[in-house]
Design a protein around this ligand. Structure first.
Ligand code: SER
Length: 585
């Protein structure tokens, strides 16, 4: 199946069910300073989900441009993209579960539409909590359509959807597709990666208030989102969207320019294609942006510069981003005329950025190598030099450092940045929101919460839990650890309770500096596979609750943290689980 056919079928199907087709909103939210980009189809519809009358009625359908930066590190795998398109249909206080589920089922399975075998589908519904009831109703509707009960799983947090920490939200039912060529298992296991989530139907019936509590919305809404890229990969039987017509013309051009094959350079070519496609959509958007060192412009700069660096790495000579951009515009302009209207701007900005970066890239890489052989840690000053003199975004220095197994003092970098830019603290926090690692009050708290969580996992699950990765933004913490199965709801609650108990105990957090051997002798934990400098900081929570080698920064007392809430628990790789958690006031 071609991508255009899937899109047309989706729009036609819901038009037949009385929906009005609305255009995609801009990637850059106009009246919403809380987010940098539009991350879901429902985001521009928030006022209408909470009761405002939509001029085009109560049933809407569209294909929305979305961009998510949270998955930056996952780009290159089969299922994530920075820029992606979401097929969505909405009921603004009109139809509800019965129609929504029946229509999703009809669209997926009817011969006239996608004609997917029922046997390849599975479904999750909300298992309920103290406030929101178990969603038996949705499960019953699926069953009434012929779905076996073994193919319906009741899940917790994964089936309660909200765009942010406050605003409209509700329980959801998700649809999964068995992508493997092997026989579909009789019993559905949502943690098996062969089951790909393709569609999410959210029953938006609540509003989460500032204090975290839920209140019923005035109207019962439906908000569905189908991943266009993922679904197309599933329908065509391809491993990922990169092998479908959404990306193949780009990949072919990259092969031609680099004189390498996709098979030999799969990940790098995928990242180049993903990032440049995103860059074209950002510059060519109806509220288009240009590369800069702040906010959205900084994200755009990171995307372009990473693509350029990887292009060089796989042997592309000279300037090439424009050649890829030409293909993106050609392939997408029929659906997104703004790309055609902004064609010369897209090419001009890309060429300018590439020239600028090319003139310093080679010299910068030499400088990086020089710094890297001299030490195991790139200081804040050095990272800032690479940024200011050679245009290396901090994340690029960090990526290069990972390849050489050394660390970067991101906190020191930020200090240098602030010092040089003479930014106010507030101003700096805004600027760093776009992706630069920061040391804001929020991330500082999340750093300490991560240490407590690490220990709580050992206490609740088992003693030999080890950190396998950590990533902190000002919004949330993400923590990877060795464990070979999905956590139960009960375990998640126990972990939360353990962390929150420690927070309430008002324990002091103390930092000491010592030689790395001494740190390990004293029982401090470190991250598996990390090379530490000879002298390290050790942070201890309480008398001896947790002891970890870490660069910080941390709060002085656990009482500063608020309340930890785990918002997601999933597999991150074989034998590795990933937890995402936030701190609530
Ligand atoms: N808002 C939900 C999502 O993004 C459904 O559209 O998954």
């Amino acid at each position: 199946m071609k991508s255009s056919e899937l899109k047309q079928k989706y729009l036609d199907f819901f038009k037949n069910k009385g929906h009005t087709i609305i255009p995609s909103a801009s990637l850059i939210p106009v009246n919403d300073p809380s987010v940098l980009f539009n991350t879901a189809g429902m985001q521009p519809l928030v006022p209408f989900l909470i009761g405002q009358k939509h001029p085009q009625g109560k049933r809407l359908v569209n294909v929305q441009k979305c961009l998510r930066t949270v998955d930056f590190d996952n780009i290159g795998d089969d299922t994530h993209h920075t820029f992606f398109q979401m097929l969505g249909n909405w009921s603004l206080g009109d139809y509800f579960k019965k129609e929504s589920i029946a229509w999703s089922f009809e669209f997926l399975t009817a011969q006239k539409w996608l004609s997917l075998p029922i046997d390849k589908l599975a479904f999750t519904v909300y298992q309920g909590d103290k406030v929101v009831p178990k969603d038996e109703e949705s499960a019953e509707i699926w069953k009434s359509l012929g779905v076996f009960k073994d193919r319906i799983a009741y899940l917790g947090k994964d089936n309660f959807w909200s765009a942010g920490e406050k605003g409209p939200c509700g329980p959801s039912t998700e649809i999964f597709y068995w992508k493997s060529k092997s026989k579909t298992p009789k019993v559905f296991d949502a943690s098996d990666n062969n089951w790909v989530e393709i569609w999410n139907n959210v029953f938006m019936t609540y509003n989460r208030k500032e204090d975290g509590t839920l209140e019923p919305l005035k109207q019962k809404n439906v908000d569905t989102g189908m991943g266009y890229e993922r679904t197309l990969a599933a329908l065509t039987g391809e491993q990922s969207a990169y092998e479908t017509d959404l990306f193949l013309p780009l990949i072919k051009k990259i092969e031609e320019l680099s004189k390498k094959t996709y098979a030999s350079e799969k990940k790098n070519m995928r990242i180049i294609a993903d990032h440049l496609r995103a860059a074209v959509f950002l510059i060519g958007d109806q509220n288009g942006i240009v590369p800069s060192n702040v906010d959205q412009g900084y994200v755009l700069r990171r995307l372009i510069r990473k693509a350029i660096r990887l292009g060089k790495l796989i042997g592309i000579g000279g300037c090439f981003t424009v050649q890829i951009a030409e293909i993106v515009v050609k392939e997408y302009k029929d659906s997104y005329p703004e790309l055609h209207q902004n064609y010369s701007k897209i090419l001009f900005e890309l060429e300018k950025e590439e020239h600028k970066f090319n003139s310093t890239l080679e010299q910068g890489l030499k400088e990086f190598d020089k710094i890297a052989v001299q030490s195991k840690m790139i200081s804040g000053k050095e990272a800032f030099l690479l940024f200011q003199s050679y245009g290396f975004p901090l994340e690029m220095t960090q990526e290069l450092a990972v390849e050489k197994n050394i660390k970067v003092d991101a906190v020191g970098f930020k200090k240098e940045f602030e010092h040089h830019q003479e930014l106010s603290r507030v101003g700096a926090e805004q600027k760093f929101k776009g992706g630069l690692s920061d040391a804001s009050a929020e991330t500082t708290k999340l750093h300490t919460a991560t240490h407590i969580l690490n220990e709580a996992l050992r206490k609740v699950l088992k003693e030999d839990i080890k950190q396998r990765g950590s990533n902190i933004t000002s919004e949330r913490l993400r923590f990877d650890f060795n464990f070979d199965r999905k956590l139960t709801e009960d375990e998640i609650q126990k972990i939360e309770a353990e962390v929150n108990k420690v927070i309430k105990e008002k324990l002091e957090v103390v930092r000491e500096e010592m030689p790395v051997e001494k740190a390990f002798q004293s029982g401090a934990h470190g991250e598996f596979g990390t090379k530490y400098p000879p002298k390290v900081s050790v942070y201890t929570v309480g008398k001896n609750y947790s002891k970890e080698i870490c660069m910080g920064p941390h709060v002085k007392n656990t009482s500063e943290l608020g309340r930890l809430k785990i918002i997601k628990e999933k597999s991150s790789a074989t034998g590795i689980r990933r937890i995402k958690a936030v701190l609530e006031k």
